[in-house]
Design a protein around this ligand. Structure first.
Ligand SMILES: C[S@@+](CC[C@H](N)C(=O)[O-])C[C@H]1O[C@@H](n2cnc3c(N)ncnc32)[C@H](O)[C@@H]1O
Length: 399
């Protein structure tokens, strides 16, 4: 069995022997005898992780602890910077002004380190009235306090150089006067690194934590496929474990899915472009029925009696026409976008927390536009199943 955590020194060895131009394959040994995976050039883009021996379906391929964990870019609200519990009863530490939820979190080694760094390095006034909200840049702070050794590894990772990152940089404006310029430059570099390499950490349904992301030194080499051969599990200490979902042959690339697996092709492709800056061309993206699942199908409303569904003619072209599989009429991509926005607003009105009573009116309206195969219904069914699984008296494991 592979050992659970990937030791950082292994990644460091790789840092010394690889760069994007001159790549020397790096092999990660899960035990001294058994070579499990290696990092090589990938035909998908840059480098990727490859199996160097057959891997059985269901087995653990590797696990790695995050170098850094923190809130996702879109995270809002009040939360504890140590345990990440979202709670209005959090309060700013009187020294560094970073929110904590209890004395226990305040005196935890994590907070003490962060607090000392901020008060030693930043021109910060000990005054909670300043109301300085550090939550937006918390993840960067965690990178800033890494040891120089760990920081040196960061240079081997791919960065987003497209220069139109429009999230945290804005909030950095508020910190210009307190953070030294070289740290601001480092923060910008980390922003480019996180954009390409961070993973969303899945939250368990009943926990009260804010949405988190992590930078995983080995997972950061996983390339994407919409039909991946792995699945990820996040353990309570945020360790990311990668399991094979199929038998993987020696030499095959180990691939993960960066988006929701049940999202339809247009949704996945736009998300991949917006967040990871590439257009996916995998076999699922090129198949307009997505292997017969019809996840993106929209009902044909062109003729009253038509019971067909519309599917994109060329699914990898965002401006493609959509065609009915029964009456063969075409609809432009603009018309499909309009239908998608109507669907988006209808879905937005559904509240699964309302005692599981789905608004039947909304569902009826949705059903006018999309067949039950559409990702909207698939997602609703899935969310409902998960919710029911955690309802009192219905817990799957409580019977
Ligand atoms: C987490 S990194 C993966 C490792 C990266 N290939 C490297 O060399 O460091 C994500 C980046 O890899 C590239 N990538 C991943 N999957 C891809 C795919 N299926 N097609 C094209 N590029 C992909 C994209 O540039 C993406 O932003």
């Amino acid at each position: 069995m592979p050992s659970s955590a990937v030791p950082l020194y292994r990644i460091r060895e790789m840092a010394q022997s690889t760069n994007e131009e001159n790549l020397i394959p790096y092999q990660y040994y899960t035990s001294e005898a058994e070579c499990n995976i290696e990092i090589k050039k990938s035909k998908l883009g840059g480098r990727g992780l490859f199996a160097c021996r057959p891997i059985k379906q269901g087995s653990l391929i590797f696990a790695n602890k995050p170098l850094v964990v923190g809130p996702r870019a879109d995270c809002t609200g009040v939360f504890c910077s140590v345990c990440y519990i979202s709670s209005d009863s959090c309060y700013p530490c009187e020294k560094c002004q970073i929110n904590i939820c209890s004395e226990e979190c305040k005196f935890s080694p994590d907070h003490v380190k962060l607090c000392n760094f901020v008060i030693d390095n930043w021109k910060i006034k000990s005054n909670p009235q300043n109301n300085l909200d550090i939550s937006n840049i918390l993840i960067y702070l965690h990178f800033l306090i890494l040891s120089e050794n760990k920081k040196s590894i960061l240079k081997i990772y791919q960065k987003d150089k497209t220069k139109n990152i429009q999230n945290q940089i804005k909030s950095l404006e508020n910190f210009k006067n307190i953070i030294p310029p070289d740290q601001i430059t480092f923060i910008h570099m980390i922003e480019e690194l996180l954009k390409v390499n961070s993973f969303r950490i899945a939250n368990s349904v009943d926990n009260k934590k804010i949405p988190l992301r992590g930078f995983y030194p080995l997972s950061a080499f996983l390339n994407h496929c919409c039909v991946p051969n792995t699945r990820n599990i996040f353990r309570t200490d945020y360790e990311m474990a990668v399991y094979a979902t199929k038998d993987i042959a020696a030499g095959e690339e180990i691939l993960t899915c960066y988006t929701g697996l049940l999202w339809c092709t247009p949704a996945r492709r736009v998300q991949l472009y917006k967040t990871k800056r590439f257009w996916c061309t995998c076999s699922r993206c090129q198949d307009n029925t997505e292997r017969g699942t019809n996840l993106s199908a929209v009902k044909c409303l062109l003729r009253k009696d038509c019971v067909g569904v519309l599917l994109p003619i060329q699914p990898t072209n965002p401006t493609t026409d959509w065609k009915c599989d029964m009456c063969h009429a075409n609809v432009s991509s603009e018309q499909i976008s309009t239908i998608h926005s109507v669907l988006g607003s209808l879905v937005g009105t559904i509240d699964l927390d309302d005692q599981f009573r789905l608004e039947s009116l909304v569902l009826e309206r949705l059903a006018k536009f999309v067949p039950y195969s559409n990702q909207i219904f698939v997602d609703l069914r899935f969310r409902l199943a998960v919710k029911l699984g955690f309802a009192d008296g219905l817990k799957l494991n409580g019977i």
